[in-house]
Design a protein around this ligand. Structure first.
Ligand code: PMP
Length: 395
């Protein structure tokens, strides 16, 4: 079955889209729901009390409930809407996590989970520790445990799935180990929800960040899951309208979670659209999505492996979504230009992960990133174009 029929981009563009790690395409249902909000009941939420405003509030809160069930959070107060993973991480970094003596991250982090810690004047070995990796970029649990032994009561912030290599970290094991040493865990789930089922209670993380636009929802919307037990301990990152119970010239009294964390007018259309994206995943089912993506990823890996000039960095085992590689003797940028000329959408560069590039002595990679709507034919087109680019650049 072709899932592309749900996504109007594929009827309107001639590009072969393999840049899902950057953002995903949006289904018609998401686009329609945004149009519906703006054309039929555009009003602010949680404020006015007329019909359209009430409908907007109900739809907005329905997404919260939907996301709660979708990631198996215990209570809807645990779901806080943000602009995306970057804002979610910045929120916690600048409130709950800022006073921890040590923050522990992995080697495969996106800049979104590195720069906020540097901005707190943490440097390597001085408030910031980085867990190394073993073969195939596997998270080094021995090094992690030794860091936790030396630094109990740390704040751990790690990616679930690498946006560069598609490596999947065993986040449940990371949480178990961190909790053993009285530490808290935040998961960067930017690359997760589009590919795999998330159950925050089973993972037992303290924070889980979600990106809407990488999960078939509109841009500018995301969320953070905050474990209920922690809510009283977390100061809001921003405050203002909609966060308060009462304000006098003397003092402000905040509402409980989630409202105390959602200052100002939210991306209402985006949040409402997010529910439609989740609905599509519900309809297709993660089992189907995971199976389809595994087939595609393995095929992509095998086809790349057949090209003599290709340098691969990891195998397909425990990887999903993103696949990075280089071409011996050629610049990734040059390959990217020739792929674009042949209507192939991929990303070349450091993928907002400069530290791992530096560690591997690379300036960048060529990255193809998949979603469930991709087809074998997309990979065939990409491989044909890649071979052509290689032969043109080598001549
Ligand atoms: N973390 C990872 C692993 C990512 O891939 C990205 C987006 N490229 C982000 C964080 C930032 O996410 P957002 O665009 O939702 O802010």
């Amino acid at each position: 079955m072709s899932y592309k029929k749900f996504f109007p981009y594929f009827q309107n563009s001639t590009m072969t889209y393999l840049d899902n790690g950057a953002t995903t395409q949006k289904p018609q249902s998401v686009i329609d729901s945004e149009i519906e909000y703006y054309t039929h009941y555009c009003a602010n939420t949680h404020r006015s009390n007329f019909g359209d405003a009430n409908k907007a509030t109900i739809e907005f809160e329905n997404t919260r409930k939907h996301l709660q069930q979708f990631i198996n959070a215990k209570d809807s107060s645990e779901i806080i809407f943000t602009k995306g993973v970057t804002e979610s991480i910045n929120f916690i970094a600048n409130s709950f996590a800022k006073d921890f003596k040590t923050v522990i991250i992995s080697s495969l982090e996106h800049h979104a989970n590195i720069v906020p810690w540097h901005m707190q004047n943490r440097t390597l070995g001085e408030g910031l520790e980085v867990v190394g990796y073993k073969e195939n970029f596997a998270f080094d649990f021995e090094e992690f445990e030794s860091l936790l032994q030396k630094n109990p009561n740390s704040f751990v912030s790690v990616t679930h799935i690498s946006n560069v290599f598609g490596t999947i970290n065993d986040i449940k094991k990371i949480c178990t180990l961190a909790h053993k040493y009285d530490s808290y865990v935040m998961i960067d789930g930017a690359q997760s929800l589009a590919h795999t089922k998330i159950d925050v209670q089973d993972i037992d993380c303290d924070f889980f960040t979600v990106s809407g636009h990488k999960t078939f929802a509109p841009t500018g919307v995301g969320a953070i899951y905050i474990k209920q037990e922690l809510q009283d301990k977390i100061a809001p990152y921003q405050t203002g309208g909609a966060t308060i119970k009462s304000v006098t010239y003397e003092k402000s009294e905040l509402l409980p979670s989630p409202y105390r964390y959602e200052a100002g007018t939210q991306n209402i259309a985006g949040v409402i659209g997010f529910a439609k994206a989740l609905q599509l995943i519900d309809t297709i089912g993660y089992e189907t999505i995971e199976k389809q993506e595994h087939t595609l990823y393995e095929y992509l890996h095998n086809e790349l492996e057949k090209i003599e000039e290709v340098v691969l960095y990891n195998t397909t085992k425990d990887s999903v979504g993103s696949k990075s590689f280089n071409i011996k003797g050629l610049l990734h940028d040059d390959v990217g230009i020739l792929l674009d000329k042949q209507k192939i959408a991929i990303r070349v560069g450091h993928h907002c992960a400069m530290p791992i590039m530096e560690k591997l002595h690379l300036k960048g990679t060529i990255r193809a990133s998949l979603a469930f709507y991709n087809e074998i034919e997309d990979i065939d087109k990409f491989i044909t174009a890649l071979k052509k680019a290689i032969s043109m650049l080598k001549d």
